[in-house]
Design a protein around this ligand. Structure first.
Ligand code: NAD
Length: 360
């Protein structure tokens, strides 16, 4: 019996996970998946209840599960805590505790939302790209790190490091993803300045010999940022390190109209995964029934595809989301004011997806 752990977290997290969990229950029944679903605490909610952003019981449950669905963590209530005790630390710890080295972030523009993007419809219509980001290495984790020295003369420093095995395992995920898509992979680095990415490029080149059906190209990160907003449809799959991936995937998110539409998957080598929307806990709209639950609902679809190998159930969810958008339902973040749109809240959007799913 596959075990699923829900981690609603903070801010809009509980609202969006509630809607996504209902969707998961429906496909569980309809496709007879036999899922066992349980909830645990993470982030600020866990700090308040148990004094730590990632209680041992949550990490154990996540490690023993087949997949985790996370809402979001963080908020102003916990912003004054020291860095090491903040809700976001819970997220970094669960990623490394589950060894989730590969972050997959698709950026797909639904035709109905072309006018919600800040770019011209002809630049983004038909956009379908995947960013593969290394998630537990690079400068976010590298040692030494810190701030040292006398006041007025202090030095802050971090270390960007990747080993060949780390580069190779994320490279393989990206090459395989490209094989299942259009067969094009763009590796993003800064090999004109940073030795760590000279090695990155060398390993990608070496790997490409094993994937002759994938066309590998390389791009410096500054150019990649420019190309993402100039001509994003040139990309199929992009692979990059932790820091560059963090920034580029948020830029790609905005191409699709709203960060509220974008799911993500973080995987380890056992197909175990943590699935979450790309956005944060949105404290500015929390508790007001304004959040867009679609990124979280689409994260459930990614979970079904990657961890549970239930492709039919994933497709049913994706089709239901498309149907709801085609019927004109919009949360406030994706509403454009055009005729034919019905602006709804988080709960009503979830209900519309459930209705579409039940209609089949
Ligand atoms: P955010 O993504 O929470 O919000 C940015 C903007 O997007 C806000 O205006 C918000 O209202 C809007 N937004 C986000 N998700 C939305 C949704 N589903 N529907 C409609 N609008 C949505 O980023 P932020 O404001 O920089 O961060 C807020 C908190 O979230 C911080 O504490 C931050 O540390 C945390 N955070 C958590 C994660 C995570 O849990 N994975 C990721 C990023 C930020």
């Amino acid at each position: 019996m596959p075990n699923i752990v829900l981690l609603p977290g903070d801010g809009i997290g509980p609202e969006i996970v509630h809607e996504a969990a209902q969707v998961l229950e429906v496909v569980n029944d309809r496709f007879k998946l036999g899922l066992h679903i349980e909830s645990h605490l993470i982030g600020g909610a866990a700090i308040d209840a148990q004094g730590a952003p990632l209680p041992e019981s949550t990490l154990k449950a996540a490690q023993a599960s087949d997949a985790v669905l996370l809402g979001a963590v963080g908020g102003p209530k916990w912003d004054s805590l020291p860095m090491s005790d903040r809700p976001e630390k819970g997220l970094l710890k669960i990623r490394s505790g589950m060894n989730l080295f590969a972050n997959l972030r698709p950026a797909l523009l639904y035709p109905e939302l072309a006018s919600a993007s800040t770019l011209k419809p002809e630049v983004v219509s038909g956009l379908d790209l995947l960013i593969v980001r290394e998630l537990i290495g690079g400068i976010y984790f590298g040692e030494p790190r810190g701030i040292e020295g006398e006041p007025g003369q202090r030095v802050g420093f971090n270390t960007d490091r990747y080993s060949e095995p780390e580069i190779e395992r994320i490279g393989r995920i990206a090459f395989e993803a490209a094989q299942a898509r259009q067969g094009r992979l763009c590796s993003v680095d800064k090999a004109n300045v940073l030795e760590v990415t000279v090695l990155w490029r060398e390993v990608m080149e070496r790997l490409s010999l094993e994937y002759p059906d994938v066309a590998l190209s390389h791009m410096y990160v500054d150019n990649a940022a420019m190309q993402l907003v100039r001509a994003p449809k040139q990309f199929d799959v992009m692979v990059t390190g932790n820091l560059f991936g963090d920034i580029l995937s948020d830029a790609a998110a905005m191409l699709t109209g709203s960060i509220g539409m974008l799911p993500s998957a973080s995987m380890n080598s056992d197909q175990q995964g943590l699935y979450e929307p790309c956005h944060g806990s949105a404290p500015d709209i929390a508790g007001q029934d304004l959040a867009n639950p679609l990124a979280t609902i689409l994260s459930v679809a990614m979970m079904l595809t990657h961890s549970l190998k239930a492709q039919d159930a994933a497709q049913a969810i994706e089709l239901a989301v498309k149907a709801v958008l085609a019927d004109g339902y919009r949360t406030q973040d994706i509403a454009t004011g055009m005729s034919g749109e019905t602006v709804v809240g988080c709960r009503a959007m979830g209900t519309q997806v459930l209705n579409a799913l039940q209609k089949g």
